[in-house]
Write a protein that binds this ligand. Structure first.
Ligand code: GLU
Length: 399
């Protein structure tokens, strides 16, 4: 057997991307699978952004760029952070990476070490824990139960902090629950965090997909946290640019500089053409962002209504942001169909793929095995067919 690096040997593939890949394989084999798996807007990238990419190509922007991003894009990001989040950053406090994931991995690897602990409130996006573990640090999960609306209880946060705790990852709107922290809740968390020396990481990738008004930012509410805070964001969801791979981090220059050194060794600059497209995305007219968010709202209504009618599915919260529904499906556990017994969220997702030809993501890797995640970043027509199929499949379940 080939001996792999210890950490890589036990690394699982991303559950969201694995589900997406499986659905693509089945479609390539001629099976009509509807994907409610990866969080990928079905909209095309707006034309003005594509035009900027074509122009960059025509102008020959096809060479290496500055490793942590071209100055024009850093300026665009500075303006975006000011405009949308009322946060001021200098250019040397910003790194652009090949997607927000890479920015997060580089910062996490730069900050944490063996023996450190990093708090992840759960349910949480599948890759946060993998990134922390790869850095050598240990993940300290803090469960945020349905009864608290999946929100981090300040007392639970206090209890989780030990002398080894060095960071916390927050994500509002949340993937997978759609929960959004409001100002009062962030103020309370800030009060506790201020008394610690934890690095506070804020993943804001769903900030513009919010159904109850603008999403407040922790570092705007408590500017003192900015000195030990890292903002992460992406163009993927806001501008329907998942394949372009542009994301960024902003934070103290020592941390961003370290992440830049790591990036210079393990990958280099983010794609040159995509960086020019990103400038247009961030600085051009923002109308399409609102339009997409409105469509997500209509889809949310449809999804919530349909989920509530499926026996065995219980929706603990109406998502206030992002484009995921996260029903509790534990009432189905113990039932079976065609010899397959449902035991957890992953088995329900596998059953739905098999029986309904609908691809979802089981909750296990979100640290919520009673749930499945359904992405509604797809058309209302497809969503309607998907739920018709799910309803039919669930009827086949018996003792
Ligand atoms: N973040 C999205 C999701 O959760 C895209 C896939 C991924 O990188 O996880 O589905």
């Amino acid at each position: 057997m080939i001996k792999l690096n210890r950490k890589i040997a036990r690394l699982k593939p991303s559950a969201t991307l694995a589900a997406d890949a499986r659905a693509k394989e089945l479609r390539a084999a001629g099976i009509d699978v509807i994907s409610l798996d990866a969080g990928e807007p079905d909209f095309d990238t707006p034309e003005r952004i594509k035009a900027a990419a074509r122009k960059a190509l025509a102008e020959g922007h096809t060479k290496y760029t500055a490793v942590s991003g071209i100055p024009e894009l850093k300026n665009a990001i500075r303006s975006k952070l000011k405009r949308d989040n009322q946060l001021d950053y200098d250019a040397n406090e910003i790194i652009v990476s090949a997607g927000c994931k890479q920015a997060e991995a580089n910062v996490i690897n730069s900050l944490f070490d063996d023996g450190d602990e990093v708090i992840i409130p759960t349910p949480a996006w599948v890759s946060f824990s993998a990134m922390v573990e790869l850095s050598g640090a240990q993940v300290k999960y803090v469960p945020c139960p349905e009864s608290t609306g999946f929100l981090l209880d300040p007392e639970a946060l206090k209890r989780a902090i030990t002398p080894h705790t060095r960071g916390i990852m927050l994500n509002s709107p949340s993937n997978p629950t759609g929960t959004v922290y409001h100002t009062g809740q962030l103020t309370e968390l800030a009060r506790i965090l201020l008394e610690t020396d934890l690095w506070v990481m804020s993943d804001d990738v769903y900030e513009h997909i919010s159904y109850d008004g603008p999403v407040p930012h922790l570092f705007h509410i408590e500017p003192q946290l900015r000195g030990k805070g890292i903002v992460f964001n992406s163009l993927s969801k806001t501008y329907a640019m998942t394949g372009w791979r542009v994301g960024f981090a902003a934070g103290p220059k020592e941390v961003i500089g370290a992440a830049g050194r790591l990036q210079s060794q393990n990958s280099g600059n983010p794609n040159s053409v995509a960086q020019f497209a990103a400038i247009e995305a961030l600085t051009g007219p923002q109308d399409e962002v609102k339009k997409m968010a409105e469509e997500f709202r209509a889809r949310r209504e449809l999804v919530v209504e349909r989920i509530r009618k499926i026996p065995g599915f219980r929706l603990p919260n109406v998502p206030s942001g992002a484009f995921y529904a996260f029903p509790n499906v534990s009432e189905l556990f113990g039932l079976s169909a065609a010899g397959r017994k449902l035991t957890d969220g992953d088995s329900v997702a596998a059953f739905l793929l098999e029986e309904a030809k609908v691809s979802t993501v089981g909750g296990n890797d979100f640290n919520a095995p009673d749930h499945i995640r359904l992405s509604y970043a797809t058309s209302r027509e497809k969503l309607t067919t998907a739920f018709d199929r799910i309803e039919q499949a669930v009827k086949k379940l018996g003792k």
